[in-house]
Ligand binder design. Structure first.
Ligand code: AMP
Ligand code: MG
Length: 413
């Protein structure tokens, strides 16, 4: 049994990120959530030109530097410059231009006096207090210089990046294609959620859970359905999956039962098996194999909680690396105080599901009530953290600090 950390690093080393030929061009509207595949530079400076950060008056600092409420300087207002209208006049000594936020600075002006510090009198304005030199001027190129790097490849595009790209008029982007992930559920006992349940049957929840996890992480889930525990049928389903997708997730059939065929079939199909089991609970039987075409295969245990924990802990980091992200593949862990005792067997790194609460700026972990059997998925609903009990520990007592892996729901709601 491999320690969790070793399994994680073996998996991440096996993953080959998508290559530069695995890219496509998308418009801004389709870019959110995608991974940038090429650096972005803009031909435009930002700000595009000197402009005012406030409503007020564009002036020459030298004219007003000694202004004060008792001795205000009076300037002649020679122009009004709304945003979007290029100024026409060059200011000379003793002159001001009425200006509004975002409007271009007129030639000759170097400073803005906010309107709250002025008093208008006809076509004159009194400056009631002296500004700082160049105050409230947003200088051309002071935030970004044309031609310099703007966004690096390997970042995920979110709302902030979309704003930057729109501002730079970069409307076509090179992004990595979305990875394809095949999902198949193995087991003679399985039926789909919409089939009547016969005695002894179990509803296939894994297919739906894993497909939603894959979709949430920005990849394309390809649901291949329920495959019976019949070696020939299973073999051809696996073969089809590894030939058409980047990652294959199968659940069930990786344990030591008489009907657990996955490892044998992977070897028969030319797969190289790198991991067979991990010292983790739930989720001990985990098969990880690679194929000559770079497809990565995860044979995940069938128990519904084991399946999700294995995916959160091992599959999602692999998927992130594959997708072209430059870094931050590992799950996020936070330190939390556990409100109740956390118990484990001590032989495997144990993940206990529950809920993180933010209390006065500190996280507290509340273990989900009910059974922590890997077959009980009911109390997994509405959890957002997996508290980790390390190997060698049998009890983390209430009030102790624990590491909690963030999963599922957002941490703060
Ligand atoms: P296995 O890993 O095939 O030995 O299955 C372990 C347990 O998980 C058994 O109780 C299975 O019935 C159950 N199980 C297997 N696959 C699924 C699935 N796709 N959805 C829900 N439960 C499953
Ligand atoms: Mg099975």
């Amino acid at each position: 049994m491999l320690p969790v950390k070793d399994a994680e690093s073996i998996i991440l080393n096996l993953v080959k990120s998508l290559k530069l030929e695995d890219t496509e061009i998308v418009g801004l509207d389709a870019a959110v959530g995608r991974i940038l595949a090429a650096p972005v530079t803009s031909k435009l400076d930002f700000p595009y030109w000197d402009n005012s950060a406030m409503d007020g008056y564009a002036i020459r600092y030298e004219d007003v530097k000694d202004s004060n409420p008792n001795n205000p300087v009076t300037l002649e207002v020679v122009e009004e410059i709304p945003a979007g209208c290029p100024p026409k006049v060059t200011l000379t000594t003793g002159q001001a231009a009425r200006i509004f936020t975002g409007a271009m600075m007129p030639n000759g002006a170097d400073t803005i006096v906010i309107q709250e510090n002025t008093q208008k009198e006809g076509n004159k304005v009194k400056i009631l207090s002296a500004p700082q030199p160049q105050e409230f001027v947003r200088h051309k190129a002071s935030f970004y210089q044309a031609g310099t790097p703007m966004l690096q490849p390997g970042i995920k595009i979110g709302a902030a990046e979309i704003a930057v790209l729109a501002t730079a008029q970069c409307t076509q982007l090179t992004v990595y294609r979305l990875p394809k992930v095949a999902i198949l559920s193995t087991g003679d006992e399985l039926v789909s959620p919409d089939s009547p349940l016969q005695p002894g049957q179990i509803v296939d929840s894994n297919q739906y859970a894993l497909a939603s996890l894959v979709a949430q992480s920005g990849a394309i889930p390809i649901k291949l359905g329920i495959i019976p525990d019949k070696p020939q049928i299973l073999k051809s389903a696996i073969k089809r999956a590894i030939n058409s997708t980047d990652i294959v997730l199968s659940t069930g059939g990786v344990s030591v039962g008489d009907y657990d065929y996955i490892d044998r079939l992977l070897a028969e199909l030319g797969g190289e098996i790198h991991i067979r089991s991990v010292a983790v609970k739930p989720g001990k039987p985990l098969t990880v194999a690679t194929f000559a075409n770079d497809c990565l295969y995860f044979g995940i245990p069938g128990n519904p909680v084991s399946a999700l924990v294995s995916c959160w802990r091992f599959v999602l980091p692999a998927l992130k690396k594959l997708s072209g992200l430059a870094n931050n593949y590992q799950p996020a862990f936070v330190k939390a105080i556990t409100r109740g005792d956390l118990r484990a067997g001590g032989k495997r790194e144990t993940y206990l599901w529950g809920r993180l609460h933010l209390v006065n700026g500190n996280y507290e972990f509340v273990l989900a009530g009910g059974s922590h059997s890997s077959g009980n998925l009911i109390n997994l609903a509405q959890t957002n953290g997996l508290a980790v009990v390390p190997i060698g520990e049998k009890l983390l007592a209430a009030g102790t600090e624990v590491n909690v892996m963030q999963v599922g729901l957002p941490l703060v709601d």
